[in-house]
Design a protein around this ligand. Sequence first.
Ligand SMILES: Cc1cc2nc3c(=O)[nH]c(=O)nc-3n(C[C@H](O)[C@H](O)[C@H](O)COP(=O)(O)OP(=O)(O)OC[C@H]3O[C@@H](n4cnc5c(N)ncnc54)[C@H](O)[C@@H]3O)c2cc1C
Length: 126
Amino acid sequence: MVGSGAACHRRVEHWTTAKEHGAAVGYTIAHPDSVPRGVGPVPYFWSDHFGRRMQFLGTSAGHDETTTVHGDLDTDEFVVLYGRDGMLTGALGLSAARMLAQFRVALGQRSPLDAVLNPARLGPDS
Ligand SMILES: Cc1cc2nc3c(=O)[nH]c(=O)nc-3n(C[C@H](O)[C@H](O)[C@H](O)COP(=O)(O)OP(=O)(O)OC[C@H]3O[C@@H](n4cnc5c(N)ncnc54)[C@H](O)[C@@H]3O)c2cc1C
């Protein structure tokens, strides 16, 4: 699939991507004359550890900047944004599902990190 924030092909080995691939292949088989459907533009995975859910949107590959926009890395709840060349490329969240979700659109649109950071006034994930 094409990785978010980068004009490249990337192998993404996560459950959500595997599911999207199945749906895309099934659609193409059922509609051979239609334009093939792709998979979502923003890679995603989640993983549960010790009762906490970790989620990642986009990619951290090649990042040159990270910004914690919610919580604290020393705690068990936070959101960290990854940037590359001033553009938002990824978002990592721990126990912050709603907070993380608000970055999905910006990631799909390859938004500048500044534009994402400045208007957002981030509150608690509740
Ligand atoms: C330990 C571990 C933890 C993971 N945790 C997470 C997680 O927390 N979150 C997440 O998003 N992803 C996680 N993943 C990744 C996720 O499991 C994989 O990305 C996903 O299962 C890939 O699905 P798939 O259907 O493409 O392949 P698979 O699940 O590998 O299924 C392929 C199937 O094809 C069968 N097969 C292979 N060759 C043949 C053949 N020649 N003939 C017939 N059958 C064949 C295999 O036996 C298998 O059943 C984890 C993976 C591992 C190993």
